[in-house]
Structure formats: structure tokens, C-alpha cells
Design a protein around this ligand. Structure first.
Ligand SMILES: O=C(CO)[C@H](O)[C@H](O)COP(=O)(O)O
Length: 234
């Protein structure tokens, strides 16, 4: 009997979540991101949790899920370097540049990704784009700077809105707000990331160019497509 072809987005997320297990060694502490695709990875990892010592987590939500599965969570300051960081993305392009932060965890995601030697991005095929910017770009900001940063994005042709939850500004795990920016085509992600990072009041911009993926496991109905971005210039 052959397994049914994965077709729904949830099935594709489960597929790449399981595939990411091949990228973790034994007896290590690994970095783990946030989101529904990562949740599939965590649930698969829970079946073999003795393989790892534990994880550095990128959000309170991920920490709770890891602990519920009996996986030890380390503070980022306790660990010097991680072998690998596993996380999803809202968009990923052919160079491994990503937009992240749909789950509002972008700041901690960037911190944990920076500690890791390899970033393995797990995503269903809907996340693959030629140019970043279709997905509203999340930017974590200090609340008192929000309106000025909104005007700076308007000057670039973008429309930025404060993300709401239950009618009030969403408050991140770091106590800050999120702007979601539409109308941008991010053709030079490294330059764009550096520019926005320089604006006073920006905590983190959701372009991951300096912490781009080394590998993407892309879920398709034909199976997992493995795309590697290693090479000159890394
Ligand atoms: O950046 C993220 C959270 O801040 C996620 O990786 C991104 O939003 C993708 O989420 P999902 O796997 O649920 O589609």
C-alpha cells in the first residue's frame, strides 16, 4: 500500500516537519523557531526526544510546546553556539532570503538563528517567491516610534499598520509592537535589512538576509524538495 499524496497545506507542513529530523545530530542542543510548521517539527521530535539534550526556543509559545513534550529548554545565554536552527518562513526566495515574523516572534528568531551554524528553513510550497514582499513585512518596533516609522515606510511606497489583537496593539514577547508593511518589493534584501535596522525605534525587521537559510525543505505534493544555499559568499 502506498502512502497518500500530501496535498493540503497542513499535510505539507507535517511532511517537512518530519523531514527536518534528518538535520539534527545526537546529543546536541538545537535552536527551534515558531509557527505551525515548526509545531509539526516539534511534535515529530517529541517521538525521539532522547536524541537531543534540549533546545533554545524563539518564543514563549514554542517554549510551552517543548516543555509539554518533556523537551528541556535552555536560555540563549547558556549556550555559545548551536549546531542547527530549525524554523519556518512566511516567504523564502531563490537565494535563501526570507520574510519572517508572521507569528510575531521575529526578534527572538533572529537572535537564535544568529547563534546557529546552519539555518534549516521548513516551509510548504506556498512560501516560495521570486521576490520578497508579497507577504506583509513584520517589523517589531518600540511603540513610541511607531508613527514615525510608519511615515518612513510611506516614503518608500509602503503602507504600514500596527498589528492588532482583540482590537488593541499586539504586544510581543519582548513587550513591543509589530508593524505589518504592504506594498514593498524587496529586491535587495541585505541592503533593505540594514537600512531599516538603522531607523531609530526599529527593534527587528522581518527580512532575514544576514541570517538567511542554508537549506530549505520545501513541501510539495511530489515530496520534499531540498534546496541548498551554501556556496561562495556565505
Ligand atoms: O516567522 C514566523 C513566526 O514569527 C514563522 O516562521 C512564519 O510566520 C511561518 O509560520 P507558519 O509555519 O505558521 O506558516
Amino acid at each position: 500500500m502506498t502512502a497518500a499524496t500530501p496535498t493540503t497545506q497542513d499535510e505539507l507542513k507535517a511532511l517537512v516537519g518530519r523531514a527536518a529530523l534528518d538535520y539534527i545530530g545526537h546529543g546536541r542542543i538545537i535552536g527551534i523557531g515558531t509557527g505551525s510548521t515548526v509545531n509539526c517539527f516539534i511534535d515529530a521530535l517529541a517521538q525521539q526526544r532522547e536524541r537531543i539534550i534540549g533546545a533554545v526556543s524563539s518564543s514563549e509559545a514554542t517554549t510551552q510546546r517543548l516543555r509539554a513534550h518533556g523537551i528541556r529548554v535552555f536560555d540563549a545565554n547558556e549556550v555559545e553556539e548551536l549546531e542547527v536552527y530549525i524554523d519556518g518562513a512566511d516567504e523564502i526566495d531563490p537565494r535563501g532570503f526570507m520574510i519572517k515574523g508572521g507569528g510575531a516572534a521575529l526578534t527572538r528568531e533572529k537572535i537564535v538563528a544568529a547563534q546557529a551554524r546552519r539555518f534549516v528553513c521548513i516551509a510548504d510550497q506556498s512560501k516560495w517567491v521570486e521576490v520578497l514582499g508579497r507577504f506583509p513585512l513584520p517589523v517589531e518596533v518600540i511603540p513610541m516610534a511607531a508613527q514615525r516609522i510608519i511615515r518612513q515606510f510611506a516614503a518608500l511606497g509602503g503602507t504600514a499598520r500596527v498589528r492588532l489583537r482583540d482590537g488593541a496593539p499586539l504586544v510581543t514577547d519582548n513587550g513591543q509592537h509589530i508593524l505589518d508593511v504592504t506594498g514593498l518589493a524587496i529586491t535587495d534584501p541585505p541592503a533593505f535589512e540594514s537600512m531599516v535596522n538603522d531607523w531609530p525605534g526599529v527593534v527587528t525587521v522581518g527580512v532575514f538576509a544576514h541570517q538567511r537559510a542554508h537549506v530549505c525543505l520545501l513541501g510539495t505534493p511530489e515530496g520534499v524538495r531540498t534546496i541548498t544555499f551554501d556556496g561562495p559568499g556565505r
